[in-house]
Design a protein around this ligand. Structure first.
Ligand code: GLN
Length: 285
């Protein structure tokens, strides 16, 4: 077939789409245009580059148009592709769960540093299950429990545990309610921490698509921390650790909550972007 200037070759499609997505406010528009085209063609990025001059089929063009339209409306790339990498593992994500962030790997590292031989681990508000599953992978001798208020999230989290071949006990309910009477030596949580006022200012990908249940931390962003810290002592073995991810500017307040509740050895850690992202404390002993 003779190619004309009007032929939608791989290169022409990518050039047009990058411009279109950039116009719609998508950062890294060229990269994202490539990833979406990889999804449609089954090629990797090198494959795309080797096929720059190849025209796309009508079927590929139609499928690509569908994905690009979604991304142009600022639906997160991860929901469109259905996955996100965290701690070197690939997690299924859907609009019912917060997309795992690399910042949260800081929480994982700190928790593992302080509790390298934890036996009974709890993750409060597990979402996709990424923290609980990464911990179960790294601590093969531990029994890991994860709770979430969202049944939809638990369905995704269960599938993720299965995908990675680890056993995690997933329980439905609010904060401590599903684990009443039990105790743990490592408790982690990445709770909702955005203030209700700031919710409106989030980028469209987060504000319009990610679950507000996983984001909205109430008027001062600290509701979930209070609910967890207030009762944490009853659920921690002596010498056990409680670790939180916190939002920018919250480390001091969350440290104070832990200190007021009698925690000691309080530690904060910064994420790769230099933001104090993690706060932890030790209970008793
Ligand atoms: N890190 C997320 C964001 O800023 C918020 C996650 C949370 O509230 N726990 O988009």
């Amino acid at each position: 077939m003779k190619q004309t200037d009007e032929t939608w070759t791989t290169l022409r499609v990518l050039t047009w789409t990058s411009g279109y997505l950039a116009e719609k406010g998508v950062e890294n528009a060229r990269r994202e245009a490539e990833w979406l085209l990889c999804e449609v063609t089954g090629l990797d990025r090198v494959g795309l580059y080797l096929n720059f001059d190849k025209p796309l089929s009508d079927g590929e063009l139609a499928a690509y148009r569908g994905l690009v339209t979604r991304r142009a409306k600022r639906e997160p790339l991860q929901y469109i592709l259905g996955s996100q990498e965290f701690d070197g593992l690939c997690f299924e994500v859907s609009p019912g769960v917060l997309i795992p962030r690399h910042d949260t790997e800081t929480l994982l590292e700190q928790a593992l540093q302080q509790a390298p031989v934890a036996r009974a681990v709890l993750d409060i508000g597990t979402g996709s299950g990424c923290i609980a599953i990464a911990l179960a992978t790294r601590l093969p001798d531990a029994s890991v429990t994860a709770v979430d208020l969202s049944p939809e999230a638990l369905t995704v989290a269960r599938r993720n545990a299965e995908r990675h071949g680890v056993t995690v006990e997933f329980l439905h309910g609010s904060f401590w309610e599903p684990v009443i009477g039990r105790s743990f030596d490592l408790i982690v949580s990445n709770p909702p921490y955005i203030t209700t006022a700031d919710m409106a200012c989030l980028q469209p990908e987060v504000r319009d698509y990610e679950p507000s249940l996983a984001l909205d931390g109430g008027p001062d962003g600290l509701n979930a921390y209070r609910a967890i810290v207030d009762q944490a002592a009853a659920y921690l073995q002596p010498g056990g650790w409680l670790w939180f991810e916190v939002g920018a500017g919250q480390a001091l307040e969350v440290s104070a909550l832990l200190a007021q509740a009698g925690f000691h050895g309080i530690i904060t850690a910064t994420d790769p972007g230099g933001i104090e992202r993690v706060v932890g404390g030790c209970h008793g002993a």
